[in-house]
Design a protein around this ligand. Sequence first.
Ligand SMILES: Cc1cc2nc3c(=O)[nH]c(=O)nc-3n(C[C@H](O)[C@H](O)[C@H](O)COP(=O)(O)O)c2cc1C
Length: 232
Amino acid sequence: MPVREPLDVLDAIQSTRAQRYLKPDAIPEPILWEILDAAVRGPTGGNKQGWAWIVIRDSEIKREIGRVYEERLKSIYGYERVSDEALGSGRITRGGVQVGEVGLDARNRRGVIHLADHLAEVPVIVAPVIENAAAGEDTRQAGAHLGSSIYGAVQNLMLAARAFEIGSVFTWYLDETSGFNGLLGMPESARVMCLIPLGYLAQGSFSQPRRRPLSEVVHWDGWGKQVARPDA
Ligand SMILES: Cc1cc2nc3c(=O)[nH]c(=O)nc-3n(C[C@H](O)[C@H](O)[C@H](O)COP(=O)(O)O)c2cc1C
């Protein structure tokens, strides 16, 4: 087991946020094994574990993934089209600009663009894959079912990376036309479910993610029923 400082599970959760400035420095392989071993402890429906974890370190493959990712992210999300001045203290959401805790502020937005420009330089990209995704019906329920059987494990992976002081970020600009099945030599029925870049932090720190307050999002015994938090 690689040496590391112990980290309480709640402290890890409270300091795991999107890290988009990552150093190119290699991650030792024993650490990657530990991180993957934590990932596969996650849940799957019926414990079927119909997943695969592709660990990408090859420069050519990372370059091609980076090219597709950058092209899609910039064309779909349009982060570049809103200037920091126009954004002010607002945050960008997919539907436009708004003020508050929801969406991406100017700093996050710069981070998103930085990552898109530098994805190929991160030392490792993990592609979590569902092996038989194309076999089922393509319904909303089927989609949710597929995601449910891998995203818990993905969060494990990101928390385990945090335990080794390695930053990560959930990214998702891909679909069947991204060309990743061919690039990664995957069977036709398999789907890359997201891409997780991993690397030591080049900027920023492991700090608490900003979120809407619990009082807004927690309902007790039914919709709209609020309970005051004793220590709030
Ligand atoms: C479905 C999904 C797709 C995402 N896609 C991207 C992405 O393509 N690029 C990116 O930089 N971050 C992406 N993110 C990361 C989110 O922007 C991030 O989780 C959110 O802003 C909260 O960040 P924080 O934990 O640092 O507060 C995605 C997250 C999710 C859940």
